[in-house]
Ligand binder design. Structure first.
Ligand SMILES: [Zn+2]
Length: 306
């Protein structure tokens, strides 16, 4: 048995998995942002509950993987910068001791999702794939010839921080105009709140101040003009990033995950059309844009099989 933990900006999820990554049971709690001790205690409690609930002795667990948003020192199992978690310089190596005796591996959450989808999801047959997760931030993971591309510092694949507009919206990373500042779920919400503050009329007005991406997608479906405008702009911005990825890597497929991928075909169709118009095409084989098959479990499964 293995344990995968997906440390998100909103929730901490943990799963007890078989050796191949299939999930036996999962549990989650809200993320205690800015409280590293509380967060570590929550992770351990979830892992212990998963074991006791399934008659597994913690010392028999063969591996624990944690997917974390931020920059990492994998060798020392340390989170260096975790902007979306509100904490820096946290070591996770000893969190599960003494009950658990196996090693703990740390990987960027988006890389975990890419590993999960490449191992058991939408990109299972693909030799090369790029995963983008559209959530609180925009995460990226690059798998080439079946292996995660990590670069010389183990931190490659930060596709969310490619600039799509020089001098554009400020980003959490300190630069301006990053894909993340336009194509994350938080960005879509930020643009909506801004339009409402500027006095735009919309079905969304009633939810002002507590909007989320799902509400905006629902308003698109309900025919709301502002929501449709915002969503169209969102797709245009995201397609710019996708086209950049395709033109650089020409992967067999790009897999989209995270909360906004839950919008399904309504997201894929405009994206495919907009992206096609910006990419170098071949008459042999072109990159397919697909939705994640493992849903929000990709990161958990990828972390478990690290
Ligand atoms: Zn950035």
């Amino acid at each position: 048995m293995r344990i995968g933990v997906d440390l998100g900006g909103t929730t901490v999820k943990a799963a007890l998995c078989m050796e191949d990554g299939s999930i036996v049971q999962k549990k989650s709690v809200p993320t205690r942002k800015g409280d590293p001790d509380g967060l570590c205690a929550d992770m351990k409690r979830l892992a212990l509950e998963l074991c006791s609930g399934n008659g597994i002795r913690p010392e028999t667990v063969s591996g624990i993987g944690i997917g974390v948003p931020g920059s990492l020192d994998k060798q020392n199992c340390r989170l260096i910068f975790g902007t979306n978690l509100g904490m820096n310089n946290v070591c996770f190596g000893e969190v599960f001791r003494p009950e658990f005796v196996c090693g703990v591996r740390l990987e960027n959450d988006a890389n975990c999702a890419a590993i999960g989808e490449a191992a058991a999801g939408a990109a299972r047959q693909a030799r090369s794939m790029v995963m983008l997760t559209l959530g609180t931030g925009v995460g990226g993971g690059i798998v080439i010839d079946g292996k995660l591309y990590a670069g010389c510092n183990d931190i490659a694949g930060e596709l969310g921080h490619m600039v799509i507009r020089q001098g554009g919206e400020p980003c959490n990373c300190g630069r301006r105009g990053c894909l993340e500042a336009y194509a994350s779920a938080s960005a879509l919400v930020r643009f909506a709140e801004r339009a409402l503050s500027a006095g735009r009329e919309s079905l969304l007005s009633a939810q002002r101040g507590r909007l989320n991406a799902k509400m905006i997608c629902d308003a698109v479906d309900a025919g709301d003009v502002l929501a449709q405008e915002l969503f169209a702009e969102y797709c245009e911005n995201l397609s710019c990033g996708l086209a950049n990825v395709i033109n650089i890597f020409q992967p067999e497929c790009i897999v989209l995950g995270g909360g906004l991928a839950g919008y399904g075909k309504k997201l894929l169709e405009p994206l495919r059309r907009l992206t096609d118009a910006q990419t170098f095409r071949s008459d042999r084989k072109n990159t397919e844009i697909r939705l994640a098959a493992l849903g929000n479990d990709a990161g958990l499964i990828g972390a478990a099989v690290l």
